[in-house]
Design a protein around this ligand. Structure first.
Ligand SMILES: [Cu+2]
Length: 292
């Protein structure tokens, strides 16, 4: 998607992402029990593996920036070393009294401007891509509460359910600590999903790193974000990403991506299972979950 990014950095970026993937692989091999597509891994460097085209672009942009930062740091380090060796008081007892050099002044103005433009073009493209909602296949609404998420599926019968973190003593084998929820958000593969995010009490943020999405849930306001299409079935984990109180770290987000058939079966089941919630008013639901 980003022409400049591809022209200038694609080769170097491949080297960079290849290196980090190697490090991540070694990490994964050294530590068994990594079963899920997208969750943090012990000793992980770099991002989680991208699961959506948007996150692939974000990863590429990150790799480009990393190379720009490395080259600038090395250049400045080399200049400093050169000055220290060549112009210290012993090597250069009679310092020059030069105050202007037009060529150098033009260069140190123009080169940073060019670098900033090279960064700005893919950066604005990415901002636009994540901000503007494309044609979506379905919508989910996520409401942040202290300290769990409530999900609604307005396109599939308006059922609604809460997702609470699975506490340590109830974890089943393979379920990651602090990330698993009792009810997962279920979406089909190869589907573009709009997520409407709000909050009932304080600021929260809905985020799935592998999808490249993060948006604040603000009481009294409806924010939107989108993700997809996700190619691989699996479970993708995220966490509330806006400090929201004492249990901020314990309101994770688990998105399960399943086949389209499985999704239809899940919807049919969910409509029955979560049907009672529809009759509850929001204050009653909040009161109920507060006393759980
Ligand atoms: Cu929160």
């Amino acid at each position: 998607m980003t022409a400049v990014l591809h022209q200038n950095g694609s080769q170097k970026m491949h080297v960079a992402s290849g290196f980090f993937r190697f490090v991540a692989m070694v990490g994964a091999l050294a530590l068994p029990g990594v079963a899920y597509a997208a969750q943090p891994k012990p000793w992980q460097l770099n991002f989680q593996e991208a699961a959506t085209p948007l996150m692939e672009d974000i990863t590429r942009f990150h790799d480009l920036l990393l190379w720009i930062i490395i080259l600038i740091s090395l250049f400045v380090l080399a200049l400093l070393a050169y000055v220290m060796v060549k112009f210290n008081a012993n090597a250069n007892p009679n310092p020059s009294r030069t105050t202007h050099n037009t060529a150098i002044e033009v260069m140190w103005t123009v080169v940073p401007v060019v670098i900033l433009v090279v960064i700005a073009i893919p950066s604005f493209k990415l901002l636009y891509a994540s901000d503007v909602i494309p044609k979506v296949d379905m919508t989910i609404k996520a409401t942040g509460n202290q300290w769990y998420w409530t999900y609604e599926y307005p396109d599939h019968g308006k059922f609604s359910f809460d997702a609470n973190m699975v506490p340590d003593d109830e974890l089943k084998p393979g379920q990651p600590r602090l990330l698993e929820t009792d009810n997962r958000v279920v979406v089909p593969v190869d589907t573009t999903v709009r997520v409407q995010v709000t909050a009932s009490d304080v600021l929260h943020a809905w985020s799935i790193p592998a999808f490249g999405v993060k948006v604040d849930g603000v009481p009294g306001r409806l924010n939107e974000i989108w993700f997809g299409p996700v190619k691989n079935e699996g479970v993708y984990y995220g966490q509330c990403s806006e400090l929201c109180g004492i249990r901020h770290g314990f309101m994770p987000i688990a998105v399960e991506v399943v086949s389209k058939e499985k999704f239809q079966a899940w919807v049919a089941k969910a409509r029955k299972e979560f049907a009672s919630d529809e009759s509850l008013s929001r204050p009653r639901m909040l009161a109920q979950s507060a006393t759980k």
